[in-house]
Design a protein around this ligand. Sequence first.
Ligand SMILES: Cc1cc2nc3c(=O)[nH]c(=O)nc-3n(C[C@H](O)[C@H](O)[C@H](O)COP(=O)(O)OP(=O)(O)OC[C@H]3O[C@@H](n4cnc5c(N)ncnc54)[C@H](O)[C@@H]3O)c2cc1C
Length: 290
Amino acid sequence: MFPRPFDYARPDSVDEALAALAANPGARPLAGGQSLVPMMSLGLAAPDLLVDLARLPLAGSDGGGGTVRLGALTRHRELERSAELAAWAPLASEAARFIGNPRVRNRGTLGGSLSHADPASELGTVALAYGGRAVITGAGGERTVDFDEFFHGFFETAVGEGELLTAVELDVPGAGSGHGFHEVAGRADDFATAAASAVLTLDGSGAACADARLALAGVGDRPLRVEAGEAICRGAAIDAPLLDRLSAAVADAVSPEDDAFISADYRRRVAGACAARAVESAWARAREAA
Ligand SMILES: Cc1cc2nc3c(=O)[nH]c(=O)nc-3n(C[C@H](O)[C@H](O)[C@H](O)COP(=O)(O)OP(=O)(O)OC[C@H]3O[C@@H](n4cnc5c(N)ncnc54)[C@H](O)[C@@H]3O)c2cc1C
């Protein structure tokens, strides 16, 4: 199919972009176009006006001091390839490698991925596992929304009509912490059957886990945290029996649906295995860093 005809604007500032969105209720922001353009081609989206964000000054990033701030236009490729971003937010770097294929990663953006809110989004699990805030800008100025409140449901987020996600703040823990990511997909550039991000922080002794954050993709109507899995890790040393328990608890806690290719039961079991492997990696890295 071909997209319905649409107008196109390429503003130079966030204010101009917001004005263009406010003036036309049928307008949609365009970032990397890797989700919006296919949706338009399939007739699933029919905006009257595309407001291209490419010229907005939203590509910079800043790290250190525990909070990493990434501009919404940070491309998947930069997360994957930049040594600086990999040092600041290594989980984001590791997860970005699993997104689609090189063409998608060259164009797709962090802000576009989080705003689109695909339930299988790798970067959604990164935002939830680190924790942090979405910086959202609208006519009334800037507001922040904790990532635990950001994903509202199937392709729905806290970003309202006429607003832009302008930056992402990730709370990356320092020494004595570690991250892990694991994904299973049918083919290398398919969306995840299931994927898991884990961030563990050790207690003062370095022998047990003081805090755990575990997030999954592909198993619900949005990227989601799995508190049943986090609770098993807190206060414990991670070993093989614990990982078996964790895998079973995560599989029980999620409620994916059957689709044409993958049964809900298989997806649940894959989710449990991904969670266990992500936690195992996070534990090993935290112990190395302690
Ligand atoms: C073949 C293929 C494979 C893919 N595989 C994966 C995968 O494995 N995992 C994965 O997570 N994704 C995958 N994607 C999607 C990809 O990650 C997209 O880059 C991402 O979903 C959207 O980012 P974008 O910058 O391209 O946004 P766009 O497509 O431009 O926009 C997506 C949506 O977000 C809105 N939007 C964009 N930016 C903003 C903003 N700053 N503020 C408010 N709203 C905004 C748009 O209006 C639109 O509704 C795949 C895409 C393709 C084509």
